[in-house]
Design a protein around this ligand. Structure first.
Ligand SMILES: [Zn+2]
Length: 548
């Protein structure tokens, strides 16, 4: 049965309308009858595809509900898609599903099978839908390049996050570098939605859903290296806000010597972990570089023979040879449930990125008994605070004091940009801070760090003045005129000796603890930060922002 007759039979058109269309076809012989009926307004596109489905036995595809596999779009060339009005939707077992305006076009099918090497399974879709999809998925080469450029710039600037923030009149793009948020560029409001949609498509998210939060992953290639981003979408009154977290692979291959530890701290930590027994905590608020330290310690300890398991929420970087398990309630595996499973595999080292409850702490402490090292993250502000927090959670103090071997606490501070560093006379405030911490005269070589002197001319003239000097970035293109580039860790390392174990049993009474730390000449994060400021690696101002 012909399409016209089917339309009449279904009561969609009357004979008169078909006759008119057939007459028109005599003049426009290249047009199909269905198309002419749509043009004259006699039928809708939807009615046509439904009748075609019936007539041809080829299924209709609802493009609004179809889940496009972004990765397969480019298996068919843009020119082919445009010429034949088709677009690939999904692929499975060597079969590629195409949405086609004319599913009987054998030439088109042959061409697509040639390009993809797969069997084509044609589906019918309306012309408008297919054209819209082609514009959306292909007509955006420039946009994809723009987005890639933004991501690459963020990686080069060592940003941790890219924020796409829709405001009332524009879409603002900001980089978060260390704890600084720097405006990168603004995009006109009318281009906002296409960019957000594109990022969502690239991240495998639902483009049509604009009212619910979504999470996905985005990958791009740069210099033969894959950059991965965690994408989080939050709808706001001005449009969808996108937070892209850059997962830096080089972070996962960090060595312990790259963390910016002083020689003294490096040796303390090395001694602690070489015991290969007990619990070591890495403390710090979010974004304080903890995960770098956790990964660096794993790299330091993992020799290939040891059995290492990590329990992470989420797994941020892959480490070769380490059994990495993702734990969080979202995927239905709780940390407290994962620990016993991990123990059954008899690991030498377990890394847990955040031990956050009494139950988990006790499981961890128990696991540390038989010559096994546990390296655990803790969201505490200082080494002492980490222990107080555990006591506050109600952990058995006997258990804690027996298992714990040390706490490293840390923060990240912006690093002075070496491209525009200038030596300057220290302010009175800076001098006071250095004096209070006995940092007027320092021996950089002994500290294991290389002092920065910045611009040599400014260094010499400052030296000639005979005054105490510091280093500041004057701002340049490289550092986005901020004077800082990248970040550096500041640390404190608390070794737990017999005396401290006793103090833990007594819940760390304040005066005793203070006296003990004084006797030990304990070096706080503040000291470490000021030392690094004295060495010209950061500034007093930035250190005082994160520790007091
Ligand atoms: Zn600079």
């Amino acid at each position: 049965m012909r399409i016209g007759e089917l339309l009449i039979m279904n009561g969609i058109i009357m004979e008169k309308q078909l006759k008119q269309a057939l007459q028109l076809q005599q003049i426009q012989s290249n047009k199909k009858i269905g198309e002419l009926l749509i043009n004259s307004g006699d039928i809708t596109e939807r009615q046509l595809v439904e009748v075609l489905e019936f007539q041809l036995g080829i299924p209709v595809i609802n493009m609004a509900e179809a889940k496009f596999e972004e990765s397969i779009i480019h298996q068919i060339q843009e020119a082919t898609a445009r010429e034949y009005n088709l677009i690939p939707v999904e692929q499975k077992n060597g079969v590629i599903k195409l949405a086609m305006v004319d599913p009987l076009n054998h030439e088109a099918i042959k061409q697509c099978e040639k390009e993809t090497g797969m069997t084509v399974q044609p589906h019918i879709a309306t012309r408008t839908e297919v054209e819209q999809a082609i514009t959306k998925y292909y007509g955006t080469k420039q946009l994809i390049e723009d987005i890639n450029r933004i991501i690459q710039a963020a990686v080069e600037k060592k940003a941790k996050y890219i924020h796409f923030t829709p405001e009332e009149d524009e879409l603002v793009i900001k980089f978060q570098i260390g704890d600084k948020v720097i405006l990168q560029k603004a995009i006109p409001k009318d281009a906002q939605q296409t960019m957000i949609d594109r990022i969502k498509i690239m991240s495998g998210l639902n483009v049509t859903n604009r009212s619910l939060p979504q999470e996905g992953k985005l990958h791009i290639q740069k210099d033969h290296q894959q950059i991965d981003l965690n994408i989080s979408i939050l709808p706001t009154i001005n449009g969808e806000n996108i937070q892209a977290r850059i997962l830096n692979y080089s972070e996962a291959s960090l060595t312990i010597s790259e963390l910016g530890l002083t020689t003294e701290n490096f040796h303390i930590i090395d001694r602690l972990v070489q015991q290969k027994s007990g619990m070591l905590f890495i403390a710090g608020p979010p974004n304080s570089g903890q995960s770098s330290t956790l990964y660096a310690l794993l790299n330091h300890l993992h020799t290939g023979e040891s059995n290492v398991i990590s329990l992470e929420d989420p797994v941020e970087h892959r480490i070769k040879g380490v059994t990495q398990v993702e734990v969080n309630t979202r995927i239905g595996l709780k940390l407290s449930e994962a620990i016993p499973f991990a123990l059954k595999r008899n690991p030498d080292i377990i890394m847990i990125d955040d031990v956050n409850s009494r139950a988990c702490l006790e499981l961890t402490a128990q696991a540390a008994w038989p010559g096994r090292l546990l390296i655990c993250g803790s969201q505490a502000y200082s080494a002492v605070h980490a222990i107080r927090r555990m006591i506050g959670l109600g952990i058995d103090k006997q258990m804690l004091s027996s298992a714990i071997i040390g706490v490293i606490a840390q923060r990240l501070v912006p690093r002075v940009c070496k491209h525009c560093a200038q030596t300057m006379t220290a302010t009175d405030e800076e001098i006071k801070n250095f004096e209070n911490h006995n940092l007027v005269n320092i021996d950089a070589e002994k500290n294991g760090s290389k002092s920065m002197i910045g611009n040599f001319r400014t260094y010499v003239s400052a030296q000639l003045s005979g005054k105490m000097t510091v280093v500041r970035g004057s701002g340049c293109q490289v550092c986005n005129h901020s004077g800082y580039y990248g970040s550096i860790g500041i640390h404190e390392v608390l070794q737990i000796d017999q005396k401290l174990k006793q103090l833990i049993l007594q819940s760390l009474p304040d005066p005793d603890l203070e006296l003990y730390l004084k006797e030990q000449a304990y070096k706080t994060m503040l000291y470490d930060g000021l030392l690094k400021a004295r060495e010209g690696l950061t500034t007093v101002e930035e250190v005082l922002k994160v520790v007091h």
